[in-house]
Write a protein that binds this ligand. Structure first.
Ligand code: NDP
Length: 283
């Protein structure tokens, strides 16, 4: 089977840690098939896996990592703190649970999953993340779904600048203002739901470019992200999509094609609004 890992560029985070620009997302990958799915992804070249405590499949990710037996430094593993575990002590406890489920000594990237502004615990939570970083339990710490005002508070009130902000970005929902604020703070952008959960792939601009170039609509959209410097974490449980979604090095979009996709912005958010989301993420 083709291995593409050598064709996936690395992005250097603000603390010098390198992250593969294409990762494999496992949100909604069922617990009982996660190990096989992640093994299949690693087999075709993914070296970056994105999970979360709230996905209830960290153990499957860990089992896959163990089964493939790659040197630890060849894999980049991200997990996230469940909203209901925000707070200093509870975040440290939750991290230990995640680390144990993954079977790892060190997690590459640990993210605060949502700011949950109504609880106002994310600054205190970030202090626990800073301790995990200082202790060497994680190689990098970051946030997810943070709006500019949440980033501003961390920058003003804490010591470590987040390495990444993982946010919803796809052709019909681009969040340009929030992304600019993230980048200006030296924080790398990770695009979640990079395909718009599949919904952006039927767009006629995307399908026309795909046909012109003999690639899939998914490859067009992922290539658009890569050329903008974003890290992407597409999810699929379908073998040919898993393979195609990392096979992005063979073509380049022109500036005109990029502009056409840029013009698809239509405020089409598929996930929750981070200003309001307050779910605990417990089952
Ligand atoms: P994606 O944009 O990755 O889309 C996934 C959907 O698109 C699935 O239904 C999949 O179907 C389908 N799909 C994948 N590849 C293709 C393709 N090449 N052609 C056609 N359809 C395709 O959405 P997600 O919401 O899953 O986001 C990706 C990852 O981002 C998640 O797994 C998770 O790791 C992260 N995430 C983070 C969030 C956060 O709050 N931080 C929130 C949401 C996601 P199928 O699987 O059946 O092949």
């Amino acid at each position: 089977m083709t291995v593409h890992s050598d064709t996936v560029p690395n992005i250097t985070l603000n603390n010098g840690v390198q992250i593969p620009q294409v990762g494999f997302g496992v949100f909604q990958v069922p617990e009982d098939s996660t190990q096989a799915t992640v093994e299949a992804a690693i087999e075709v070249g993914y070296r970056h896996i994105d999970t979360a405590a709230a996905y209830y499949n960290e153990a499957g990710v860990g089992a896959a990592i163990k089964a493939v037996g790659l040197p630890r430094e060849e894999l980049f593993v991200t997990t996230k703190l469940r909203n209901g575990d925000q707070g200093y002590d509870s975040a440290l406890r939750a991290f230990d649970d995640s680390r144990r489920a993954l079977g790892l000594d060190v997690v590459d990237l640990y993210l605060v999953h949502w700011p949950v502004p109504s609880k106002d615990l994310y600054v205190e939570t970030w202090r626990a993340f800073e301790k995990l970083l200082a202790d060497g339990a994680v190689r990098a710490i970051g946030v997810s779904n943070f709006l500019p005002e949440h980033l501003r508070r961390l920058l003003d009130e804490t010591d470590v600048v987040p390495a990444v902000n993982q946010v919803e970005v796809h052709p019909t929902f681009q969040q340009r203002g929030a992304l600019a604020a993230t980048r200006e703070a030296g924080i790398a952008v990770e695009a979640y739901s990079p395909l718009g959960r599949g919904a952006d792939l039927g767009n006629e601009v995307v399908t026309r470019i795909a046909e012109d170039r003999g690639v899939t609509p998914g490859q067009v959209v992922l290539r658009w992200h890569l050329q903008a410097g974003r890290i992407v974490i597409p999810k699929s449980v379908t073998p040919e999509r898993i393979r195609a979604n990392i096979d992005l090095a063979g073509f380049e979009l022109t500036a005109e094609e990029v502009a056409e996709i840029d013009a698809l912005e239509s405020g089409n958010r598929t996930g929750a609004d981070p200003a309001k989301a307050a779910f605990s993420q417990y089952r």
